[in-house]
Design a protein around this ligand. Structure first.
Ligand code: PAF
Length: 287
């Protein structure tokens, strides 16, 4: 496995690979790799000739009071996982080379970034959209894999690829969960044992909401109450949002007629958990 730190070197490699007709697969990450990333890397490995994984804790997507400085950075372990999974290039740029003096371009996807994570973390998605655009420019991937766990991020990247004609095929990989349903996340390491025991409550709430839809509840507000009540029954986690939305626009749905995405974010102690669930109204119940 080759480790590349310089964006210029990465760009030179990807140009060479593309000239040779090699298909490039890309998994962008912020490191602290877990089995969720492993699943993305494995899925990507099967679909391309050359596989690039980037590890870059992107400062511009963190707010001033967020966990940038304490974000886990176990680079030796991360590289070992990449080696095990047959990654060809581990791209590890630095903040100084990604954002050199004079840098000023910002990519925004305003409508998809407005609600949910974007409302709570105002500059987050501009940071994500900008860094993803830059990484795509350097890696020049044919296909890129993102996890469904960050549903809003994946929706935004899909829009970005289309709007800017980036020519990248986006593959959204299903969320990988612990046995008790907790979505895998690099931030789960912050949970104390007591908080970890409570953390699957978000998944339970989403499951309850999905059960409501499958059982014939149509009103968005009714489904939202089911999720809130389930959460309240099992924990005193603080709710940032539990919402019933259109999977494409992420706008709240007053009524579910065919497909919905249930989006949730809660705080267990000081740890923020996000998760989501796509639900289809059963064919015979379609309204
Ligand atoms: O999902 C993440 O890990 C990050 O938001 C990403 C896509 C690597 C951009 O920094």
């Amino acid at each position: 496995m080759k480790i590349i730190r310089s964006p210029k070197t990465m760009t030179a490699w990807s140009h060479r690979l593309r000239r040779e007709g090699v298909t490039i697969g890309f998994v962008p990450t912020m490191g602290a790799l877990h089995d969720g990333h492993r699943a993305l890397i494995r899925a990507a490995r099967l679909k391309c000739d050359a596989l690039v994984v980037s590890i870059f804790v992107n400062p511009t997507q963190f707010g001033p009071t967020e966990d940038l400085s304490k974000y886990p950075r176990p680079i030796t372990k991360d590289r070992a996982l990449c080696r095990q999974e047959g990654v060809d290039i581990c791209f590890e740029p630095t903040a100084a080379t990604m954002y050199p003096e004079g840098f000023q371009t910002v990519v925004t996807v305003p409508d998809l970034a407005r609600r949910w994570e974007g409302a709570i973390r105002p500059h987050h998605f501009a940071g994500v959209a900008t860094v993803v655009t830059k990484l795509f420019g350097m890696v020049r991937p044919d296909l890129a894999l993102f996890g469904q766990k960050d549903f809003q991020q994946a929706a935004l990247v899909r829009r970005l690829i289309e709007d800017l004609n980036l020519g990248v095929t986006l593959i959204v990989h299903p969320t990988v969960r612990e046995q008790d349903g907790l979505a895998m996340s690099s931030r789960n390491v912050y949970l104390s044992p007591e908080e970890r025991a409570v953390a699957p409550v978000l998944f339970k709430s989403l499951q309850a909401g999905a059960g409501g839809i499958r059982g014939g509840v149509t009103e968005g507000a009714g489904i939202q109450s089911i999720m809130t009540e389930t959460l309240r029954q099992h924990s005193d986690a603080a709710i940032d949002y539990l919402a019933v939305c259109d999977p494409q626009t992420l706008e709240p749905l007053p009524a579910v007629t065919s497909q919905a995405v249930l989006l949730g974010a809660v705080r267990v102690g000081t740890v923020r958990l996000i998760d989501n669930m796509l639900v289809s109204v059963p064919a015979k119940k379609k309204r």
